[in-house]
Design a protein around this ligand. Sequence first.
Ligand SMILES: Nc1ncnc2c1ncn2[C@@H]1O[C@H](COP(=O)(O)OP(=O)(O)OP(=O)(O)O)[C@@H](O)[C@H]1O
Ligand SMILES: [Mg+2]
Length: 367
Amino acid sequence: MPVIDGITATEIITSELPSVSVILTSVQGDQEFIRKAMKAGARDFLIKPFSNDELIDTIKSVFKSDQRKRQLYTAPTAGAAEGTGTARAKGKKEGEVVTLFATKGGVGKTTVLLNLAVTLSKYGGYKVAVVDFDLQFGDVAIMLNLIPSRNVISLLEEPPPWTSNVVLDYMIPHEQSGIEVLLAPSRPEYAEIVQVEHIEQTLMLLREQYDYILVDTSSMFRNIELSVLDASQQILVVTTLELSAIKDMKLCLDLLANLNYNPDKIRLVLNRGKPNVGGITYEDVQSGLKKEISALIPTEGRICIEAINKGTPFMLNDTSSELAVSFLKLAEIVTGQKVRSSEPAAAKAGGGLFDRFSSIFSGQGGR
Ligand SMILES: Nc1ncnc2c1ncn2[C@@H]1O[C@H](COP(=O)(O)OP(=O)(O)OP(=O)(O)O)[C@@H](O)[C@H]1O
Ligand SMILES: [Mg+2]
């Protein structure tokens, strides 16, 4: 093309006019070029020269597949805002999807996610959804002591088109904090029922209803996780001060850069970063990764484990410890606004530890 190349043009068209489907044609047909075209938003690709029939078939097939998507995505949402008592005010801008991601398991993603969610809701006054897309081994239900009466698999049984009110029916309220939760499947084998389209649609509809949608993920780079990252306005990548975690984090940042993720939407959260016991410092991590660490969460093993075992995020009760202050700061970074702790309300403790322990092994009937 004379003025700009096809990939740049595709990027501009798909970001300015998301309902337009682009089919890119080029004499270049190497894998790298095709990958860039798809990343820019092209729906299909034809290598020149091509026949009239090939062109017509491609247009028809893209039209057909996008038509189905459009039916799902442009489902009537009228009335959504006034549909429930908890809906966001009409005319407010869409909410933000904030995803917690890590390349290594056990670094504290879910702990950070839930305490950030509680902070945003309880002290920031925001309307917050938590979505557990750690589809095989999601821990949100147990860490919030929620009865998993419904989850993402029950949502999938709803016939399309979905509206945001349909999705709201599957959110479980967490009364102590005000957050609302879409739970992961109850068993790992149900995880594969969830497809990329379901992820995209659910997050898009939740943005109509909540200020912040905090998404938990598994520590893998598959289509499911990439679709969550694509739909996110902010990505909080969590790591710890261990060499292996930092090595994985470097690989993760490189991969996200190769996939053209905007570096401004990626923030590093260093969990268990204080005190420094392993010889690697916060500064070492920053200079090794060549990226600023946005939040530093101190190590507080006893508080964190107790919170998990009680099913009560520590931010429900604590606003003054160093750990709590780090979450108030993280909430300010995420919102760009001041978040001040008000009078800490005493949270209702969950059931006794023994009851919670027994309930894990009593089995849940549904999906
Ligand atoms: N700041 C912290 N200080 C001390 N311990 C912590 C801290 N954050 C998390 N932990 C502990 O680390 C363990 C793992 O936490 P969590 O389940 O949140 O990690 P995760 O990354 O979500 O794990 P998974 O990959 O299994 O989903 C828990 O025992 C938790 O109590
Ligand atoms: Mg987790």
